[in-house]
Ligand binder design. Structure first.
Ligand SMILES: Cc1ncc(COP(=O)(O)O)c(C=O)c1O
Length: 405
């Protein structure tokens, strides 16, 4: 059980009295321990990693690599299978570009995504297909916004080089059966990349149990600093894949004519990384691990169940996500008839200090197909309470009534 006492760990809640922060799918608030971990790097050992042999450099390297081990362990991976990136977007771009450089995609091949993907898991593949002559296929959704597995299975074949699917949607909230998808991919010789930006923060994830080939996620959506993300890749795959960026910190031997690259994960981390932020990311994983991901999931399910029931019964309001909290990841996506999503979000901020997201949510195909003017999203996390959800519901009702619903 997560108690309300946890709110004391979040300075942003103390510094913004009355704030109801329900924009967690965009980024989460940061607990004191994460802020302290970032500060301790700058105050105590602000040196570069992997290069110097002086004591500050050694300490920074040790803390950075400890953070890698913690983040890797959090998703059931080994340290050398976890590449630090700036965000999930960079993780997906890295996988796509590196596989392309490996010669994995040729004209006539296929890449499969789904209709609910965030732009971060659509645009890199669109661009790759344009460059390589590969065909982009799109799996459909069921009426309850879950993935149509029959359609997906039909669209995966020996031509499919990779399937890239969100474990949990950032808009319609549905959770996909990733282990089942992995099996379909591997039966057809395709790789499986999971976009875990909305799953790792909210539920227990074990990349090995899922049997994903790649798994991308963001640190800042799970209490970590901005500028943090990670890409898990199977050891043998990362070993074969060429680098994404080129420069310092990723080499074994360099002459003016040619370079021998180092091993994974360092060969994918050219240049000075976000050291303080990575250390903060590790701290965020430790904080969540102490809470227990089962409790995190249960807390969010309770809030979602409560919110979904109340919001969907308000006159003039429609909800666009699975009605069953079990099938979804702590998000209520909704619209009020005749009112622009941006105006709803502004009114919620004005009247109740409620922070929600409005618009296309970087997933224009799915959101635009529901409402070309966009939708409103309330997304929950560990510090949210049932009282906050009640306030959200009563403010939505007031807005809906004010507009004559
Ligand atoms: C499902 C999903 N994938 C990818 C991303 C991209 O994450 P980032 O902005 O950290 O790169 C997001 C961000 O909202 C997301 O929700």
């Amino acid at each position: 059980m997560i108690s309300e006492k946890i709110r004391q760990e979040f300075p942003a809640l103390q510094n913004n009295p009355g704030l109801v922060y329900l924009d967690n799918a965009a980024t989460t608030l940061k607990p004191k321990c994460v802020i302290d971990a970032v500060r301790s790097y700058y105050e105590e050992f602000p040196a570069n990693v992997g290069r110097g042999s002086h004591r500050l450099a050694r300490k920074a390297t040790e803390k950075y690599e400890d953070a890698r081990a913690t983040v890797a362990g959090f998703v059931g991976a080994k340290e050398n299978e976890l590449v630090f990136t700036r965000n999930a977007t960079e993780s997906i771009n890295l996988a796509a570009v590196s596989l392309e450089r490996m010669g994995h995609f040729n004209a006539g091949d296929e890449v499969l995504v789904s209709f609910l993907e965030h732009h971060a898991n659509l645009l890199p593949w669109q661009q790759l297909c344009e460059r390589t002559g590969t065909k982009l296929k799109v799996a459909k959704l069921n009426p309850d916004y879950t993935l149509d597995m029959g359609d997906l299975a039909k669209k995966v074949s020996r031509k499919t080089k990779i399937v890239a699917i969100a474990h949990a949607s950032n808009t319609v909230a549905s959770i996909q059966p990733v282990s089942e998808i992995a099996k379909i991919c591997h039966d057809n010789g395709a790789f499986f990349l999971v976009d875990g930006a909305q799953s790792v923060p909210h539920m227990e994830v074990n990349v090995r149990r899922i049997n994903a080939d790649f798994y991308a996620f963001s640190g800042h959506k799970m209490l970590g600093p901005t500028g943090t993300g990670a890409l898990y890749g199977k050891e043998d795959l990362l070993a074969k894949m060429p680098p994404y960026n080129y420069g310092g910190g990723m080499i074994r031997k360099v002459t003016v004519e040619r370079t021998e690259f180092g091993d994974a994960p360092q060969k994918f981390e050219a240049g000075t990384p976000a050291i303080a932020e990575a250390i903060g990311f590790g701290e965020a994983c430790s904080f969540l691990r102490k809470l227990g991901m089962q409790d995190v999931r249960n807390h969010e399910k309770q809030l979602t169940r409560h919110g979904l029931g109340k919001i969907s019964s308000i006159k003039g309001v429609k909800v666009y996500c699975p009605a069953d909290a079990e099938k979804q990841a702590g998000i209520v996506m909704f619209g009020i008839d005749g009112i622009d999503a941006v105006d709803v979000a502004a009114a919620l901020d004005e009247s109740g200090k409620i922070a929600v997201r409005s618009g296309m949510h970087c997933a224009e195909p799915i959101v635009g197909s529901i409402n070309p003017h966009g939708l409103v999203r309330a997304s929950f996390y560990i510090y949210n309470t049932a009282a906050e959800v009640d306030l959200l519901c009563s403010e939505i009702e007031t807005i809906s009534r004010a507009f004559g619903k």
